[in-house]
Design a protein around this ligand. Structure first.
Ligand code: ACM
Length: 265
């Protein structure tokens, strides 16, 4: 199975152009599954409630999800990508997993980061796992990486590949936590980050690139630069993520002791 990501440099408030750029980058290689960054079409640094609502879209009817489905059809691929979702008057920092025939999963970010708490409602959907070809693909978004429960929940739900759309701002943190998430769950982890700077309304954020694909062993299979757009595709064997035994006596999921994981005192 060929799995890839695009590391893009979105321009705030230009969803059509950002979608077109991501599609152009995906056309440069062939993959069965693509992962795009968090909020890849809208941009990230919202300055007002009105701005978020203007850029948020219903799923699956909105232009970004429809465009992703068209791209999936054209490329013969599945795509995971982040976007601001408008649903029943609320806005969520969401990610969709689409295939040639339409939407397969919608995930609303559970762990909101920093000022995202001003703009987005906390996610209220379970971490989704979807069959894509021979693999089971789980979705989490950016800051979810700081909470081991996110990746563990996906692994316990059968995910073999973690699709992790991101807009990372702290260089080198998720790049390390996602190595651990891959190792402790014996899964592949695909982190698609963005690059570039957004300076708006007195605020400035620099996004830190370094997107990566990590194997269940913790080995890096792909790594991108910190400041440039990039496309990476690797051949993965989902079978490797099905064996959770690390020696004849230990199995990472079967050896869990949830009866001891309740807090005391
Ligand atoms: C993040 O969750 N965008 C850091």
């Amino acid at each position: 199975m060929r799995v890839g990501y695009v590391q893009t440099e979105p321009v705030f408030g230009e969803p059509e152009a950002n979608l077109a750029r991501a599609c152009a980058l995906m056309r440069s290689d062939r993959a069965d599954l693509w992962v795009l960054p968090e909020l890849f079409a809208s941009g990230y640094l919202f300055r007002s409630e009105g701005e978020v609502r203007e850029l948020a879209e219903p799923v699956p009817e909105g232009a970004t999800t429809s465009g992703l489905v068209e791209a999936a059809e054209e490329l013969g691929a599945h795509i995971v990508a982040g976007l601001p979702e408008l649903a029943e008057g609320k806005v969520y920092n969401a990610a969709v997993l689409v295939g040639p025939r339409g939407l397969l999963a919608l995930y609303r970010k559970v762990h909101l980061f920093f000022e995202e708490k001003r703009w987005f409602a906390p996610g209220d959907t379970p971490f989704p796992v979807v069959e894509v070809g021979d693999a089971r693909v789980g979705v989490m978004i950016c800051f979810d990486h700081f909470f081991p429960e996110s990746a563990r929940t996906l692994a316990l739900s059968g995910a073999e590949i973690l699709a992790h759309p991101s807009n990372l701002v702290m260089p080198g943190i998720a790049q390390r936590t996602m190595v651990v998430r891959a190792m402790e769950n014996r899964v592949y982890a695909v982190t698609a980050n963005r690059v570039g700077t957004e300076a708006r309304g007195g605020g400035t954020i620099r996004f830190t690139g370094l997107s990566q694909i990590v194997a269940p062993s913790g080995e890096h299979l792909a790594r991108s630069p910190e400041t440039d757009e990039d496309v990476q595709v690797v051949e993965l064997d989902p079978e490797l993520a099905r064996d959770k035994s690390i020696n004849p006596w230990n199995d990472l999921l079967a050896d869990r002791r949830p009866e001891f994981y309740a807090t005391v005192g």
